[in-house]
Design a binder for this molecule. Structure first.
Ligand SMILES: Nc1ncnc2c1ncn2[C@@H]1O[C@H](COP(=O)(O)OP(=O)(O)OP(=O)(O)O)[C@@H](O)[C@H]1O
Ligand SMILES: [Mg+2]
Length: 475
């Protein structure tokens, strides 16, 4: 039997909390009562819209063994509460306790794009080499990072954490909580720009990740990124860090010799700390090649087996909403959706257009792009949207559907024959698109999470399920 994640006593001690009962354990930690499972610790966090204290009762009813609170909510049994002054601070303290007690080798990943993809690939590959704990989804902010730490089992051998920010001053404290052995910066690009004047400022804020790296730890940088000299200089100021790079650059420690980009995969020839590796990643696009180099660098730097990792890339799947290919049914036959509905920024859009460019349509199929607003781009947003036109047209797109006030600027810049439909909100595109799709189409769906492009995917999946059921009924 494995040890519990936390005993009541350990939680009380780590958080300096007050609880009458100590003879309980928990095997998970949650701050959202809707996903609480039996034996979880529920932490009542006060957010901008909701106060977790209103959900303590529901969390305990759902099976939580205890709740961390800063006051006793009405109608809740006090015996199951750990009373602390401030629940956010208590969660951070519990996270620190998890970090202090572990012998796991820790990697922290930041960057403007590619954090989750890199983190998920590291998790996929390292799980084959040892007990691996990793942040779920994009849990990368002031609550996501400590929560992910609190969830790290004692016996973990590897820990992988995603660190994100949209203001200067946010990443340093997160990195100090995680205290990584290795910090990776994927790439600096115009994403999450609302509170920054330039990408150099973004780079400086991302460089705060160096603050928490363990003494004599390692920083892994992208040598092909134009912000590389700036980041390298900032890393050097700490004095004790090893600085390693990945990329096409001749000096890179993880060097790309050749990448053969194919419609659904890439064959990579790379030299990793002097050793040659030849392997395939089953994901399309130059951006995934770049992320794969960062991943292999991370694995090498924490003492993992890069040869095994290269082989294990074979069954890596794209994280949901970030390039996954979905086969769907239209009234006239099968077509494919490239599901990029989770996220969008200018570099991510360009990366997706290149993937679309690399696809070949069969028969009467067409390339269709369904695009929603890229959020958090600040006042230059209309111009940035408009500037996507050249890359989009170079993809060989036949029809464009667009939604959102910013995407309208791109839509307006397109030649008439490419314009299929524009709507203020994404849901209005579902009907027209369902009418339009046909056999052999390739449909790229992309927009920021807040643009709700998922509703379009769901509409197409619903239509496809219905058509499949109908054809099964007829069979
Ligand atoms: N190295 C890269 N270069 C350019 N674009 C990339 C790269 N990696 C991923 N992308 C694009 O960025 C999108 C988001 O990827 P991912 O979710 O991994 O980023 P993230 O940094 O975790 O984003 P978030 O800030 O929302 O957490 C992907 O769908 C893909 O289009
Ligand atoms: Mg992410």
């Amino acid at each position: 039997m494995t040890a519990p994640l936390w005993t009541g006593k350990q939680i009380i001690e780590a958080t300096s909390g007050d609880c009458a009962q100590t003879d309980w354990i928990c095997n998970g930690v949650n701050i959202d009562n809707r996903v609480v499972e039996k034996d979880d610790l529920f932490i009542a966090i006060k957010g901008p819209n909701n106060d977790g204290h209103d959900y303590v009762k529901a969390a305990l009813e759902a099976g939580a063994s205890a709740a961390l609170v800063s006051h006793v909510p009405e109608g809740v049994d006090k015996d199951k509460l750990v009373l602390v002054e401030d629940t956010q601070t208590a969660m951070e303290k519990l996270g620190e306790a998890a970090r202090n007690r572990t012998d796991a080798r820790i990697i922290a990943v930041t960057g403007s794009v590619g954090k989750t993809g890199t983190k998920e690939a590291l998790a996929h590959l390292l799980s084959r080499q040892g007990k691996t704990h990793y942040s779920i989804g994009s849990f990368n902010n002031h609550w996501g990072v400590p929560l992910s730490l609190c969830r790290m089992p004692l016996e973990s051998e590897y820990g992988i954490f995603e660190l994100g920010m949209n203001h200067a001053g946010e990443l340093g404290p997160l990195s100090k909580m995680v205290r990584p052995d290795v910090a990776i910066i994927t790439i600096i690009a115009p994403a999450h720009m609302e509170f920054f004047e330039s990408t150099d400022d973004v780079a400086r804020a991302k460089a705060e990740i160096f603050e928490g790296v363990k003494e004599n730890g390692v920083v892994l940088l992208n040598a092909d990124d134009s912000h590389f000299p700036l980041l390298k200089g900032l890393a050097e100021t700490r004095g004790d860090l090893e600085i390693r790079y990945f990329g096409e650059n001749d000096l890179a420690h993880i060097r790309l010799n050749n990448a053969q980009l194919m419609p659904e995969s890439s064959i990579i020839d790379a030299t990793i700390f002097g050793q040659n590796h030849h392997f395939t990643i089953p994901l399309a696009g130059r951006h995934w090649v770049q992320n794969a180099l960062a991943v292999l660098g991370g694995i090498a730097l924490i003492g993992g087996d890069t040869g095994k990792a290269c082989a294990d890339f074979a069954d890596l799947a794209a994280p949901s909403g970030r390039g996954a290919l979905i086969d769907l049914e239209s009234p006239s036959g099968r077509y494919v959706v490239i599901d990029e509905s989770y996220n969008a920024s200018p570099v991510a859009m360009e990366a997706a257009f290149k993937v679309l460019a690399g696809k070949k349509v069969e028969g009467m199929g067409r390339k269709i792009a369904v695009l929603g607003d890229m959020r958090e781009l600040g006042e230059k947003s209309p111009e940035i949207h408009r500037n996507l036109a050249a890359g989009l047209l170079a993809s060989g797109v036949d029809l464009v559907y667009a939604s959102g006030p910013n995407m309208q600027h791109l839509y307006d810049a397109l030649p008439l024959p490419k314009k299929a439909s524009f709507a203020d909100k994404s849901d209005a595109l579902v009907g027209p698109l369902k009418q339009e799709v046909r056999a052999d189409d390739i449909v790229l769906i992309k927009g920021s999470l807040g643009s709700n492009m998922k509703v379009i995917l769901n509409g197409l999946v619903g239509q496809s399920d219905m058509l499949r059921k109908q054809s099964e009924g007829r069979a």
